[in-house]
Design a binder for this molecule. Structure first.
Ligand code: NAD
Ligand code: 3PG
Length: 543
């Protein structure tokens, strides 16, 4: 997947090092500070890359307006402000910089836990307003208390290590971390039901997603000690804000420290704003990653990751295209080209793109990948689909969205790898090959191809073999006939007379059906004109 990036839009306050790196590389960068949504919708069509933090909501309507967009870059961790499935469907890559702000978020969490236990913000505000009050702000020690950490990923782990230095006992839960791994960072992994009654402090460090929506719910809070304190530096919505407000008001919760909210910035009169106003809640306006160091780091990382991707060096931080990194591996490239070329050819042989198929026509694609180098069947299947769905969507089909779009139009693909080719006896040097079979209604076609000298080569169409193969690159005209020799002379004559140079001619042996493939220097206008008594024009393919 080639990325041609010229124009980058940065729509959130990202450290200037990002634009500096991108501009030095030769990209045009626009800072869209305080653009309205309407302006963003109008202008986004001019950009191939959009870089955001958590403020810009990259929703489906933004993506729909972004006809040239190839990548959304998140200078930070959380991707809940990006509609990833809409981006994937539109073939737009989503990239983040996980880890760039881990330290800052972990330190902010620890600072909030300490501030919460000693009422530092409230005492400070009172003193600034002229009140010297040493009674109201009696606090608690952290030493000896139990801190429950829900989510033992990058930030959760750093919080554990730091809070152990205060003498806290750390327990935690994470569905993908086993007991032993948790023990290695001093955390006693437990089930959630065991955690609730034990915790003095509960801090959440999970992504926000359906499974973590209201992870801290009324029922969880009711199982906790009335002295429990809740900390959320991860995302609004992981803690049920109404439930938290209720337990605070009914003294079933000692306090809360919040950096993130369901609505940012919160509107007046909402549960969020009531929570913020609650005397036992301390809060910051989503400042977890707001340090000079973290902002410089994530800005630099997103710019460098983008350049690495454009250069085809590596795909770091890609959230929605597991194939992408493997598509950059040199040895996969010619096989991807072949799979795409075969898919494209099969579609042309099926009389055009699937857009023209009667709706509801089911297509089954079977891809058999034979021999060494063709093991990455998922990548090759996506590439075959890219070729097969060619032309279906105006703003592009690529390995990001091919599988989804295929499903949408009723194309099912089955791909498998086999160790060696069964065609060894027919074509001696064909140990490695791809066999693509497309069945669509009454139509059924089988193509066999391989890679020779780094180029995709077609060897067989429905059992008719090109003895020396037909290279699928440049412009290829394909005919079906019965008498190859007579037909060839006529075709080459007609093409030359029209000023189109023929650079190679390949044909299968004469028989009930034979195939002719002509590589030409230029595209031939109106190739149907070449139809003759002995050969029917089938397709003109540009690879
Ligand atoms: N406030 C801020 O400014 C700020 C800064 C950075 C990150 N964050 C947020 O912090 C959160 C954590 O970031 P991270 O970098 O540590 O992420 P991470 O991906 O490294 O870790 C998240 C962990 O949560 C675990 N998890 C998933 N579902 C879970 C569940 N149901 N219960 C318990 N654990 C579960 C995952 O297995 C994973 O180990 C994210 O929501 C991120 O957006 C906020
Ligand atoms: O997920 C993140 O990276 C943090 O929430 C930081 O968000 P921000 O970049 O908007 O500060």
């Amino acid at each position: 997947m080639t990325l041609n990036i010229q124009n980058v839009l940065i729509s959130d306050p990202v450290d200037p090092i990002c634009s500096q790196i991108l501009q030095d590389y030769g990209m045009n960068v626009t800072y869209a500070r305080q653009w309205t949504k309407e302006r963003l919708l109008q202008e986004i069509q001019n950009y191939e890359v959009l870089i955001v933090r958590s403020e810009t909501k990259v929703t489906d309507d933004v993506l729909a307006a972004a006809t040239k967009l190839r990548l959304v870059g998140r200078a930070g961790t959380g991707l809940d402000n990006v509609d990833i499935s809409a981006a994937t469907r539109r073939g737009v890559l989503v990239m983040n910089t996980p880890g760039g702000n881990t330290m800052s978020a972990a330190e902010h969490t620890c600072a909030m836990i300490a501030a919460l236990s000693r009422h530092i913000p409230q005492a400070c505000a009172a003193l600034k307003s002229g009140i010297w009050d040493r009674k109201t702000y009696m606090g608690n020690e952290l030493h000896g208390k139990t801190l429950a950490i829900l989510g033992l990923g990058r930030i959760g782990r750093e919080v554990a290590i730091r809070m152990q230095a205060f003498g806290m006992k750390t327990i935690g839960y994470d569905p993908i971390i086993d007991k032993q791994t948790a023990a290695e960072i001093g955390v006693d992994k437990m089930e959630l039901e065991e955690i609730w009654p034990l915790a003095d402090y509960i801090t959440v460090h999970t992504p926000y997603m359906p499974q973590t929506h209201h992870l801290i719910s009324t029922s969880a809070l009711m199982r906790c000690k009335p002295s429990v304190r809740i900390i959320n530096i991860a995302r609004g919505g992981i803690v049920d804000e109404s439930a938290l407000l209720d337990v605070l008001n009914s003294n079933r919760c000692q306090g809360a420290a919040l950096d993130v909210f369901v609505q940012e910035p919160p509107k007046e009169g909402t549960t969020t704003s009531q929570l913020i106003q609650h005397p036992r809640v301390i809060c910051t306006p989503h400042l977890g990653a707001s340090t000079v160091e973290a902002q410089e780091r994530v800005a630099r990382e997103i710019a460098e990751q983008l350049i690495d991707l454009v250069e085809g060096r590596q795909a770091v931080g890609i959230a929605n295209a597991p194939n992408l990194a493997r598509s950059m591996v040199e040895r996969n490239k010619p096989w991807m080209q072949l799979a795409q070329a075969l898919g494209h050819l099969a579609n042309s042989l099926a009389e055009g793109s699937l857009d023209r198929c009667p709706s509801g026509t089911e297509t089954t694609v079977e891809l058999i990948c034979c021999g060494e180098g063709t093991e990455d069947v998922n990548l090759l299947a996506s590439s075959a689909l890219v070729g097969h769905l060619n032309g279906m969507k105006a703003n592009g089909i690529n390995i990001v969205n091919a599988a989804i779009l295929a499903r949408d139009v009723g194309v099912t693909i089955n791909a498998r790898h086999v160790g060696s080719s069964k065609y060894l006896s027919i074509v001696q040097d064909l140990e490695k090959l791809l066999q693509l079979t497309v069945s669509q209604g009454p139509f059924n076609i089988q193509l066999i191809g391989s890679v020779q000298g780094g180029n995709p080569v077609l060897y067989a169409i429905n059992g008719c073999w090109f003895p020396f193969g037909a290279t699928l690159s440049g412009n290829v005209l394909l005919f079906n006939g019965k008498q190859p020799d007579a037909t060839l002379t006529a075709l080459v004559g007609a093409l030359t007379a029209s000023g189109v140079g023929v650079s190679a001619v390949m044909c299968t042996p004469p028989g009930a059906s034979c195939w002719l493939a002509l590589r030409t220097a230029d595209v031939f206008q109106n190739p149907q004109k070449l139809n003759g008594p002995d050969a029917t024009f089938i397709a003109q393919l540009v690879f």
